[in-house]
Design a protein around this ligand. Sequence first.
Ligand code: ZN
Ligand code: ZN
Length: 82
Amino acid sequence: MHATIVHILQRGAFRYKNVGKDSEGRFSCQKCSSSYKRKTHLIRHIDYECGVEPKFHCDLCSKKFKRKSTLSTHRFLVHRVH
Ligand SMILES: [Zn+2]
Ligand SMILES: [Zn+2]
């Protein structure tokens, strides 16, 4: 297993004890409606996305994104720039 994931899971024993599967077998965030197939994805969401201010701004339309990759995709799809 990847070292970072092991680290997250060890930390999660304390912090994410309420994280569990919902009725559809998915891991849902209790703060928002996001749900994930994998627990590690939900933990990543809680750590890096949920309640985190978007850091990446599109300089062409001033939309904000939480991930650089999402901004890149947006720029390419909407503005046709790389
Ligand atoms: Zn959330
Ligand atoms: Zn834009």
